[in-house]
Write a protein that binds this ligand. Structure first.
Ligand SMILES: [Fe+2]
Length: 314
């Protein structure tokens, strides 16, 4: 099933006059016009480009028209090291310090963790123990190289988009976070990685968004993950985007929930209340408690929360 990622988002956003907090864009591969158009229309607080950006000129020049409309963040992808131009238009840009790779940054009220690049077995196959990696870090790799083999006094351009164990492990220890953005996919994708699920779970994120595979995938809707999974996962296609929090049906925004329900959720889940309200639940036909309550199911959600807090039949 195709997810409701982008096709109906514009219309919903315009109808509700509700700017999304965050928008995630799939691999642009140089086509930044659709990114600019979406930002002008939706006015998100911030955006994250999910790698393979390949801007045709310096990224801040390419995105100049929207830099005063939103906050731009990104992770790099494997193709961002394909050529000197791909590399320089990203890492030479004034936006280079907006790379989320290997760190967690608070963006639009969410703690967003980033892991750019891809796993390459010549560096580290994450199915194998870290000790078996060819190099623990880019610096360790550089020290083994003759000067004439180096690129700009460091490792090859290609491996600047490889994931080194130190990058991964540093991020693993940097939690908690709310959202994890990666170029590679989590394990639910046929070409995904269990190491990313472990990272997401260790960080305690409620959402994982990835690029790289040029597919829109709502893993829950497609039955590739269950509502009981510890996080919600989406893949975003080239030229598409995902808005977060998800745009709920008309009138189903959390702002329309009764204070009583919000209080009950807070009593049951503490700081995780909002995350629970926005995560699809199998007892609610896969809908989020927030959406279910707003569409007339308030009493059922109330009973669930009371049962969770005090025990009893849901
Ligand atoms: Fe890629």
């Amino acid at each position: 099933m195709k997810p409701h990622i982008s096709s109906n988002l514009h219309a919903q956003s315009e109808r509700k006059q509700l700017a999304p907090k965050l928008m995630f864009f799939g691999d642009p591969h140089g086509e930044l016009e659709s990114v600019i158009t979406a930002i002008e229309r939706c006015r998100p607080e911030a955006i994250v480009l999910l790698g393979d950006i390949q801007a045709r000129q310096l990224l801040h020049v390419e995105l100049e028209s929207i830099l005063n409309l939103t906050e731009v963040w990104f992770i790099h992808g494997n193709h961002d090291t394909d050529s000197d131009a791909d590399y320089d238009n990203l890492w030479g840009s004034k936006l280079a310090d907006r790379n989320l790779h290997g760190r967690i940054v608070e963006i639009a009220g969410f703690k967003v963790a980033g892991l750019g690049g891809i796993f390459r077995s010549k560096i580290w196959d994450p199915r194998r123990p870290v000790e078996e990696a060819a190099f623990p870090s880019s610096d360790a790799m550089r020290r083994t190289m003759k000067r004439e083999d180096q690129w700009r006094d460091g490792i090859s351009r290609k491996h600047r988009s490889s994931i080194f164990p130190d990058d991964y492990q540093h991020l693993l220890r940097s939690g908690p976070a709310d959202i994890l953005v990666t170029h590679e996919a989590p394990a639910a994708h046929p070409h995904g990685w269990q190491a990313l699920d472990e990272l997401a779970e260790t960080l305690g994120v409620q959402l994982v968004v990835h690029g790289h595979h040029h597919q829109n995938i709502d893993y829950l809707a497609e039955g590739l993950m269950t509502a009981a999974a510890p996080f919600r996962a989406f893949g975003v296609d080239m030229g598409s985007h995902l808005a977060w929090p998800l745009v709920l049906p008309e009138g189903a925004g959390s702002e329309s929930l009764s204070q009583d329900l919000l209080d009950l959720a807070a009593q049951a889940f503490g700081e995780a209340a909002q995350a629970w309200l926005n995560r699809p639940h199998e007892l609610l036909d896969g809908q989020t408690p927030a959406a279910f309550a707003a569409k007339g199911g308030l009493e059922k959600v109330r009973r669930m929360l009371i049962a969770i807090q005090h025990g009893g039949v849901v």
